[in-house]
Design a protein around this ligand. Structure first.
Ligand code: NAD
Length: 287
């Protein structure tokens, strides 16, 4: 019988643990502050930003909110990021993506001080992850590792197939699985014999961006399946990249959509904000 990996519960547990940790830091005179910048009023981005601020409030992290108009120039945004880089009272800087077209996202990401890059998108954070140095880790793949660990899924020596090679999910996911000593294969849109490759996986992580693409034919009996995709189907219901009903009976554990990977992303952003205390060696500085 497949175990349903409950991301909602794990994210709630994690947020409660982080709340305690933040309170503990508070007693030591350490406070944590996240600056969130949104440019324009994209509806989905506004929901994400609101949820991030709510999570900060729950955990006891101060949040500063910058809601800039769509007409903001690249230079104005870069200047704000530089100003926040310099502020000792700001530990994390998050620029909500996507940005309006006239702003170069890569340039903005590269301007964030890597020591405050709580999204883990800066090239220095990505590099640190690939060579095993301390740094911020992209929240969605970081959340998947947290789920696997809390459900005691053995990764060491296991065959892991990651479908997707995006900078925010597939690539950091494969690096993290390597760090856990899995044997990792990364599949993508040019991969041949995808079914055969997926069938080898003890752990199959799907970040393909296509609703219900993966059915039972892609899954080895007893595999653990992690579904990163989020889509709305014709009936306005959420579904993932995995055809849950067909795949679930063949797995030993699987994440549902909704309620699997999704809730972990903001929880891990909060974990990154708390990790900032160590990454910035704030304790050392207050001694
Ligand atoms: P993306 O579009 O950037 O990347 C998709 C990847 O899938 C690409 O690397 C591509 O090569 C690969 N791909 C496409 N078609 C393929 C095929 N036929 N065979 C094999 N590989 C194929 O997407 P992304 O940003 O990595 O996101 C993937 C999914 O995860 C999306 O549904 C997205 O909405 C979701 N997502 C969820 C969260 C979350 O918090 N749960 C976070 C980020 C992304």
């Amino acid at each position: 019988m497949a175990e349903i990996i409950d991301g909602k519960k794990v994210s709630t547990d994690l947020k409660l643990e982080l709340k305690e940790k933040v309170a503990e830091y508070g007693k030591q005179g350490i406070s944590i502050c996240l600056a969130v910048i949104q440019v324009g009023d994209d509806k989905a981005s506004s929901v994400y930003v609101r949820n991030k601020k709510k999570a900060c409030e729950f955990i006891g992290i101060k949040s500063l909110s910058y809601e800039l108009p769509e007409s903001t120039t690249e230079e104005e945004l870069l200047n704000l990021v530089k100003e926040l880089n310099e502020r000792d009272d700001v530990n994390g800087i998050l620029v909500q993506l996507p940005l309006p077209r006239h702003i170069d996202e890569n340039k903005v990401i590269k301007t964030i001080n890597p020591l405050k890059d709580v999204d883990g998108f800066h090239p220095a954070s990505v590099g640190a992850l690939s060579i095993g140095n301390k740094g911020f880790i992209s929240c969605t793949p970081y959340g998947i590792i947290e789920l696997l660990k809390r459900y005691n899924v053995e990764m060491d020596g296991k065959e892991c197939v990651v479908i997707g090679r995006s900078n925010i999910v597939g690539k950091p996911m494969s690096m993290l699985m390597l760090r856990e000593n899995a044997t990792v294969t990364v599949a993508h849109s040019h991969t041949k014999y995808l079914k055969e490759i997926c069938k080898r996986a003890d752990i199959l992580i799907v970040a393909i961006g296509k609703p219900k693409f993966i059915d039972a034919d892609y899954v080895k009996e007893g595999a653990v399946v992690i579904d990163v995709g989020i889509h709305r189907n014709d009936e306005n219901k959420l579904c993932g990249d995995v055809d849950f009903d067909s795949v679930m009976p063949h797995t030993s554990a699987i994440t549902p959509v909704p309620g699997g990977v999704g809730p972990m992303t903001i929880a891990m952003l909060m974990k990154n904000c708390v990790n900032a205390v160590e990454i910035q060696d704030i304790k050392g500085k207050t001694k």
